[in-house]
Structures are given as C-alpha cells and as structure tokens.
Design a protein around this ligand. Sequence first.
Ligand code: SF4
Length: 388
Amino acid sequence: MNRLFAVLSGISEASLYIHIPFCRVKCGYCSFFSVPSDQAGTEHYIEALGDILAQLPDFKVPTVYVGGGDPGILSFNQMKHLLIALERFSRSAGEFTIELNPEGITQELLKLFADYGISRISLGIQSFDEKLRSAIGRTGTVSAVDRSLELLKKTGQFAVNTDLITGIPGAGKDQSVRDIELLFSRFIPEHISLYELSLEETAQISSKLNELEEDTLSPAWEYLKDAGYRHYELSNFCLSGYESLHNSRYWKLKPYIGIGPSAVSNLPMGDVFLRSTFAKDIEQFIRYGMESVSEEIIDGHTCLNELIMVSLRTEEGIPVELIDRVFGSNAAQIVTDICRFWKAGGYMKGSALTEKGMLIMNRIIIDFFRQLDAAAPIYLREALDTVF
Ligand code: SF4
C-alpha cells in the first residue's frame, strides 16, 4: 500500500486539495504548475483523479479546495464528474472552495456548484487596468470580470474571494488602491487576497526590478482596513467571519492531502511529518496515479522552522505555548527572546508581526531560523501526530 494511504488511514482528519493543472493560456508571471489545456487531456485527467479519490480511505475532511491552474477550464460534464467524485468528502466539509477565472463563470456552472455544496468561489481578477493586465501577460478582459461579478452578485449564494496583484512594475504606488476602488464600485467580496508579485515573478515579465523599492502594500492595507476588512494574514483580508478555513489550516500545519501534479500532502507521522509531492507531469499522473508521488521526511526541527514561517504570516503570530509544549522550554525561550528584540523596534507585537514587520518579514524569519539552528538540537516532547 502507498505510504501516504497508510498514514492517511491512521489519522482522524485532513483537508483535501485538488489541483487542476490546465489553463487557457499561460500568464507571463505564473509559477504554478499548469499547461495549456486540450479537451482530450482534461478528460483523461478527470478520470485519473476520480480513480484516486475512489481509492482513498475514509477520513474526516474539514475543508475541500479545488485550485489550479484554472478549474474553470473543465467542460460542464467534466466538472460534474469531478464534483460527484468529491462528494464523499465534500458532503460534510465546513468549507468547499473552487478557484475560477472570470471568463469561466456561467449561470449553469454556478447552479451546479450550489447543487454540489460549493460554498466559496475564489475569483482571479488581478487588476482592472487593461494595460497592466497585458503587461503581466494576464489573459481575459475587464468586461469578462464585470460579467462574472454581475453573475455572482445575482446568484448571491457563495462567499467570494477576489485575488488582486500589487507591485506590477511601472504601475505606481496607488495601483492597488485604484483596483480596490474599482472592485468596490462593482462588488463587495467577503474576502480579498492581495498578492505582491515576487522578485522571480517580476523578473519573468520585466527587467525594471528597481521599481519594486516602492511600498505598494501599505496604502492598500490601510484602505482595506478602513473599509472594514480584517488583515488576518499577510496577503489576506476578510469581513468578519469569512476567513479562509482551508488556508488557515495550512498556516497551522494541520494535516492536508493534495492530489494532482505538483500537489503536496503533509501528514504527521509519529515524530515527523510525511511530505509527499506529485511529480509535475500530467502523463505520469494519468498513468501511475499515486505511484507518481515522491516522499520527504520533515523532522521536528524543520517542523518548528516551518511553524514559525507560516504562523508569522498570521495575526495570531507564533504559538509560543504550543512550541513550549511540543519542542520544549529552550526553544520557546529562544523564540520569546527574538520576539522581544523585534518588538523593541516596533516590528512585532506579542509574538505577531506588526504591519511594519510584515514589510521585512523575510529578514525576521531568517533571524528566527539562524538563532534556532545555532541552538542545541530541538528534542520533541510530544509526537507530532498527537498535536497537529
Ligand atoms: S490562470 Fe492562474 S494558474 Fe493559469 S497561468 Fe494564469 S496565473 Fe497561472
């Protein structure tokens, strides 16, 4: 039996991520694994996904997330086939999200989503400025965005997240605020993800890296908070009660299983995590299914580093008490001392980053890693599978 299956059989719950690795056209800045779609390819892919889902043991699934790529690329029948295959897990999930690009949304599809219990739609808008969209090689048009928002407003059945991008070279400091204003003039989403283009992504579309010096995040953060959104994670804002439950589980290292090329699973297994990753190869996935997975063991020390990295992104910050309980008082003391140092400069409050700290998050994370790595080995006091 595949080891991932074996571990999954022994745990009480895990979130489920399904990767649809197809897009209409590849956007210029994209680092996700996806290829331009063709109908025959998607057909075989959905069949292979269905086979794997049918083989999975029963376990409790608190959240389901279908992402990509662009799940909206699937034909109506392929989407229905996928939702039927997922029903066994999604039926009792507290949140069921699907990512879509605006051009893929139809009334018929929204009705299908409602019938199969999808509760949340994550819409990739990125920007309302046609020139900037073409500068980053983004497909689709603003009129397609408008049409999709109209349909979502009319349906009114889903919590909606909208993805926006900031830091586009040459766009100027106020680009994100302008985009948010244009969004609010059309639609008020429950959730907004505001992503800054990474250096690697920017390098793919422009050589003007010096323009990244400008802080394009703070004005947008202020604007969203004034509009009543909670800045609960570095790139995420929500109206009260609309946090992404699925992503929140990633930020707490809760168990999850990802299915599809490039998808990752992370499951606690005694004193370590079993990290499994599907090869970035659609052919292999279709032919070999779970056998196209590679495995890595994440030890306690690496787990602690990862916990710090993900929890620093959140408004709750680092769970120092949990670190004390699981990794011991020595580790907790080091973490507390580092927090105190950064607090003095206004970069942290308690064990969480302030917005000033978020702007230099990578530097702060490296400081935690360096000091924890230099300390004595971290010994686990509790097995990871009893905690996560
Ligand atoms: S639609 Fe999304 S996943 Fe597909 S290429 Fe564009 S950014 Fe990447």
